[in-house]
Design a protein around this ligand. Structure first.
Ligand code: HEC
Length: 185
């Protein structure tokens, strides 16, 4: 039966599928963070109450793209009781760690950056992310920002991000230029 399908028709079909799938295509458009590990080593030290959020992040934030996109993106949101608290934390970081604000492809530190990202992802159709899941994932991503990106391990984070950016630029130069122009690396 496949013999009945002419190559030209097959090609047209593929093009049509490609076009009809267009609105979902950005999920398959790669980001530097996608090249990182799909999980985190050393869940040891992770507070009991955040392990659920970590597991949910791996599953729920890994349905449309790899969970690595969430784990290794430049977003960093400090811990705090509420938004004003977190804004104060960002101000102290600006004073004490100006380096976190000098390399925007390595760090994007904002008081509600993960909250906005998680809410935006959850709002995508068929995200499968309910309010409870979103809260748990957000709590994990904030903890992970403090521990891995803004804390003592910040040097290792910078090294990881720089290696992802280097590999990404070499492998996907066109996509690099596009994301660079959009300030979305
Ligand atoms: C329903 C599909 C879907 C799910 C589920 C999903 N994402 Fe995404 N994600 C996308 C798409 C599509 C893009 C690229 C375009 C865009 O930003 O909307 C993206 C891009 C991203 C980016 C790149 C930067 C940005 O803000 O665009 C990050 C970071 C990210 N997702 C994190 C997450 C996290 C965290 C979760 C889990 C809470 C998640 N994603 C779940 C579809 C999804």
């Amino acid at each position: 039966m496949s013999a009945a399908i002419k190559p030209a028709a097959l090609l047209a079909g593929l093009v049509a599928v490609g076009l009809s799938a267009w609105p979902a295509a950005p999920a398959r458009e790669i980001f530097p963070s996608d090249l990182g590990p799909r999980t985190l080593g050393g869940a040891g030290g992770m507070p009991e109450g955040l392990r659920g959020g970590f597991s949910l992040a791996l599953v729920r934030c890994g349905t449309c793209h790899t969970p690595a996109r969430a784990l290794h993106h430049r977003y960093a949101e400090p811990d705090g009781k509420n938004l004003p608290d977190k804004e104060a934390a960002v101000s102290s970081l600006k004073a004490d760690h100006p380096e976190f604000f000098r390399e925007p492809w390595v760090w994007q530190v904002e008081a509600d950056i993960w909250k906005r990202c998680v809410d935006r992802m959850a709002a995508k159709s068929s995200s499968g992310i309910g309010e409870g899941d979103a809260r748990a994932i957000h709590a994990f991503l904030v903890w992970d920002s403090d521990r891995r990106k803004l804390g003592k391990a910040a040097g290792a984070w910078k090294a990881l991000r720089e290696s992802l950016l280097r590999r990404f630029k070499a492998r996907y130069p066109d996509r690099w230029r596009k994301l660079e122009a959009l300030d979305a690396l």
